[in-house]
Design a protein around this ligand. Structure first.
Ligand SMILES: Cc1cc2nc3c(=O)[nH]c(=O)nc-3n(C[C@H](O)[C@H](O)[C@H](O)COP(=O)(O)O)c2cc1C
Length: 443
């Protein structure tokens, strides 16, 4: 999304991270956006409304503000906005949003706005992991037009360590800039081999974004109508102790591109997602997991119903044999962590498909991230996996990979030679997989 000229309503609720929304406001303005602010009473305890009014050059919408002068602020502000950002979102307002309570400016605007809503939670790790907050965030993820930004883990204002930090203002701006064009990002540098866009058969349906108020899964003219895709996304975290884990750098952007492209083409999209920064569009059903074993169980539970299964997650091959119950103390002596293999989700899916021996078609696609001997490794992995195809990608090249919009990739089909890697946007990669699935399901 180009932020220049956008009208952004910033909802501020009462957490320690309120001061960061001042920085966010300034960054949005620097990008050319016009910002107005509404605040809860608790938020005004942390930063005076005068600060926001001065920065935004507009009166702040407050519960006990000048009601006589502007009686319909709870309608006017959201109607004015192209986008409603709630930063920071407290556990309290998240609960209100999820339950339909609208008794303060921030929750009133949430309920009455019809523009896209983006929520950045921030709270203590215990609050973030509480069953109520988890449930409420899950409810919000299911709301139309609503995106919940992933809260990064790290040191919290209260001194504890864990998930619950506010996504940094600069990161929020970066995410917004990519949000409506994550799949139509600037063209990638071309490579010696032709881009896969153009070599793959084009689908008749539009790519993303899907206009709000449109549910593509109900459109019988779309090629994915009546079909379901199951995606895995993000990375996994394998606990070493309560505060440490083994993981990797996957951002989840490729899975978001896949979810968006399949959804825009009429598929019902269900995602089993590990931790990741990128956010899914509304209309996509997301189940959150942390470890490879949790992801395995969640995928196996959903496997039968899926017409297509795309294993995009960067799953840890190994986990610590034992996760310590208490934080491992620094004794300055050498520490050895024994690792044991995690279940192979892709292979278990293809084995389950074989065992079911159903006449129903099901397409299964794996991902192979390779850093050397691409063709050899991909061919071996595909043969062992029993999948229909493997998406070979090489994200370590200087111009492609983790967190970026471009990637070097090739779709390796069972029984066909490995094609050369080509540079493309992640949306190209997603369209290549979509086209392969449609060919197999309809052919
Ligand atoms: C110093 C302090 C810091 C707080 N930080 C947070 C926070 O980061 N996140 C949160 O959800 N609640 C936090 N709270 C609790 C909220 O302020 C409290 O739940 C309040 O009722 C939220 O109101 P609101 O959601 O209407 O803004 C904090 C409270 C105090 C006193």
């Amino acid at each position: 999304m180009n932020l220049a000229g956008k009208k952004i309503l910033l909802g501020v609720s009462g957490g320690i991270a309120v001061y960061k929304s001042c920085e966010l406001l300034r960054l949005l303005q620097k990008k050319g956006a016009e910002v107005r602010v509404c605040m809860t009473d608790a938020a005004t305890e942390f930063v005076a409304p005068l600060t926001f009014a001065s920065l935004s050059k507009c009166p702040v919408y407050l519960k006990n503000g000048a009601v006589e002068a502007r009686p319909f602020q709870h309608i006017d502000f959201p109607r004015w906005a192209d986008l409603y950002l709630v930063v920071p979102a407290t556990a309290n307002v998240i609960g209100k949003f999820a339950c339909g309570i609208a008794d303060d400016p921030v929750s009133l605007c949430f309920m009455s706005c019809t523009c896209p809503r983006v929520i950045a939670p921030a709270m203590n790790v215990a609050m973030y992991n509480s069953p109520a907050v988890k449930r409420n965030l899950e409810i919000l993820r299911g709301f139309e037009n609503t995106t919940v930004l992933e809260s990064p883990a790290g040191e919290l204002a209260c001194g504890e360590v864990g998930q619950g930090r506010l996504m940094e203002p600069a990161e929020i701006v970066k995410w917004l800039e990519g949000a409506s064009l994550p799949l139509a990002a600037a063209a990638c540098a071309s490579s010696a081999t032709p881009s896969p866009r153009g070599t793959a058969p084009k689908t008749p349906a539009p790519a993303i974004p899907v206009a709000k108020d449109i549910d593509p899964t109900k459109d019988s003219t779309l090629p994915g109508y009546g079909k379901k895709v199951l995606l895995t996304a993000g990375r996994t975290e394998e606990a070493i102790d309560p505060v440490r884990y083994i993981s990797n750098r996957s951002s989840g952007k490729t899975a978001v591109a896949l979810a968006s492209v399949f959804y825009a083409n009429g598929f019902s999209v269900e995602v089993v997602a590990g931790p990741m920064e990128a956010a899914f569009p509304g209309g996509v059903k997301v189940t959150r997991v942390k470890s490879a074993r949790d992801m395995h169980d969640a995928v196996m539970e959903r496997l039968q119903e899926a017409d297509a299964v795309v294993h995009c997650a960067a799953v840890a091959d190994y986990r610590p044999a034992h996760a310590a119950d208490e934080k491992i103390k620094d004794s300055r002596s050498q520490l050895t962590i024994e690792l044991v293999p995690n279940p192979n989700i892709l292979r278990d899916c293809t084995a389950a498909r074989k065992a079911a021996a159903s006449s129903r078609k099901q397409v299964i696609i794996g991902f192979a991230l390779e850093t050397d001997h691409f063709e050899k490794h991909a061919a071996e992995k595909l043969a062992k996996s029993g999948a229909d195809a493997l998406l070979l990608n090489a994200p370590v090249a200087a111009d492609s990979g983790f967190g970026r919009d471009c990637v070097r990739f090739a779709l390796v089909k069972q029984g066909s030679p490995v094609p050369p890697l080509a540079m493309g946007e992640k949306v190209d990669l997603a369209e290549t997989i979509l086209n392969f699935c449609l060919e197999r399901l309809n052919g």
